[in-house]
Design a protein around this ligand. Structure first.
Ligand code: GLC
Length: 436
């Protein structure tokens, strides 16, 4: 089997499920200025220690988180087991810098896994390749290390092999101690800009010993899906072994389905913040996306053969912000009625219509009507191709017609009558059309 075929098989559930919850949580929820606070403010490890010393999320109840995800219609979740600040939310035998050594004394990853699994949600773990706590991760001259321009670290020797051994060991732990892991989300690879004083120009691919890492991962859990941030290019016709199972555009919506060099679809997932930051950021201006926005973006992803992983950033006590819960529950209301147009759906055979978008699953075509023009919506080119049309949210029959003067537009087009009082859903009205 080629790498492409293997990837296609492995990602079957992923391409089916389409919608997931990203969870960024860690010590940075205390300063509440985003998960990059240690780097942005160039905070020393000594000064950052206060957050470790006080970390005690007494209201952490992952069963509630899992319910929020489930009610929103999310099918998988990804939790930051370790973010760039190096703090581990799991009981690793390779570090003391972990949640079980804080006041809370809990293995937060284990509890998350158990709670989400119990709700039937697939389990993903985010693991940061970058580590601003480990002494052997290069400091001076790195693009984003908090000590990147601190002269006292200039010329300091960092034993890179110690770091790669450390992180490979931790990945092994995550894959051995918690049962089946469905997805691994590594973050991230980059090219160092300031070459003077940098240990490696490319923090990418084999710098991470990626081939060895992925071999180890596959030997333990062959089916786990891996993102593309270890490096390489998953869009190549013959991608590197470690280039990953899906592309991960971040906060930027692609404009077309993602294809590889030879035109085959590449699985992809848009990861997106719900507010402005990933980690809890009470000190930053909030800029929540609206419910309609979130729904539209989910549909947009699916209409281009992609997934959407939308983020929540729980606070220091372990709670998902209320506003996030409100938005996700409204998305869930829509999903309860319309998820058939999301799960298992993909790019349509028909061009993008003026009124909104199409998603499609075999013989079922879903018209997402965003814009109300006239009482009848026109589906170009579908004139003799549809068997019946129903309003997806309640199964109500919709008449397919051709207005008396439709001939002026040719007979290729299908008209569906939407002039029924109360029919429109302001978030997205979905018509399910069975194709002939
Ligand atoms: C970025 C950021 C990070 C976030 C991630 C999610 O690479 O470094 O804070 O976790 O993207 O996609």
């Amino acid at each position: 089997m080629t790498l492409y075929e293997e990837r296609k098989l492995r990602t079957e559930w992923f391409r089916q499920d389409r919608f997931g919850m990203f969870i960024h949580w860690g010590l940075y929820s205390i300063p509440a200025r985003g998960e990059w606070v240690k780097s942005w403010e160039k905070i020393s490890t000594e000064a950052y220690q206060q957050y470790f010393d006080e970390f005690n999320p007494t209201r952490y109840n992952p069963k509630e988180w899992a319910k929020v995800a489930k009610n929103a219609g999310m099918k998988y979740a990804v939790l930051t087991a370790k973010h760039h600040d190096g703090f581990c939310l799991f009981d690793s035998e390779y570090t003391d810098y972990k949640s079980t050594n804080t006041k809370c004394k809990r293995d937060l990853v284990r509890e998350y896994i158990e709670a989400f699994r119990a709700e039937g949600i697939k389990i993903g773990l985010y693991y940061s390749l970058i580590d601003w706590h480990h002494p052997d991760f290069p400091h001076y001259g790195d693009n984003q290390h908090p000590m990147r321009d601190n002269e006292s670290y200039k010329g300091v020797e960092h034993h890179w092999d110690n770091y790669t051994t450390y992180f490979h060991n931790q990945v092994r732990e995550l894959l051995t101690n918690y049962g089946k892991i469905d997805l691994l989300w590594f973050d991230f690879s980059y090219q160092n800009k300031a070459l003077e004083g940098t240990q490696f120009e490319f923090m990418s691919g084999e710098t991470w010993k990626a081939t060895e890492l992925v071999k180890m991962i596959r030997s333990i859990q062959p089916d786990v899906i891996i993102d593309n941030r270890l490096g390489g290019d998953c869009k190549k016709a013959e991608p590197e072994f470690y280039s990953g199972d899906f592309a991960s555009p971040e906060c930027m919506m692609p404009t077309d389905p993602i294809l590889d060099e030879v035109g085959r679809p590449v699985p992809w997932e848009l990861c997106l913040t719900l507010d402005n930051n990933w980690g809890y950021a009470k000190h930053k201006p909030s800029n929540y996306k609206t419910t309609r926005n979130v729904i539209e973006m989910l549909v947009e992803c699916v209409s281009m053969g992609g997934n959407m992983l939308i983020n929540v950033g729980p606070n220091a006590k372990g709670e998902i912000p209320k506003e996030s819960i409100r938005i996700l529950s409204e998305v869930g209301e829509w999903m309860k009625k319309n998820s058939e147009s999301i799960y298992g759906c993909t790019t349509s055979d028909f061009p993008i219509p003026r009124f909104g978008r199409y998603t499609q699953n075999g013989k079922m075509l879903y018209a997402h009507v965003y814009h109300r023009f006239t009482d009848a919506v026109c589906l170009p080119g579908l004139g003799n191709k549809a068997k019946k049309a129903r309003l997806l949210e309640d199964g109500c029959e919709l008449s397919m017609s051709r207005p008396w003067n439709a001939f002026v537009n040719g007979s290729e087009d299908l008209y569906i009558d939407l002039g029924i009082p109360g029919l429109y859903d302001e978030n997205d009205t979905v018509i399910a059309i069975e194709l002939l």
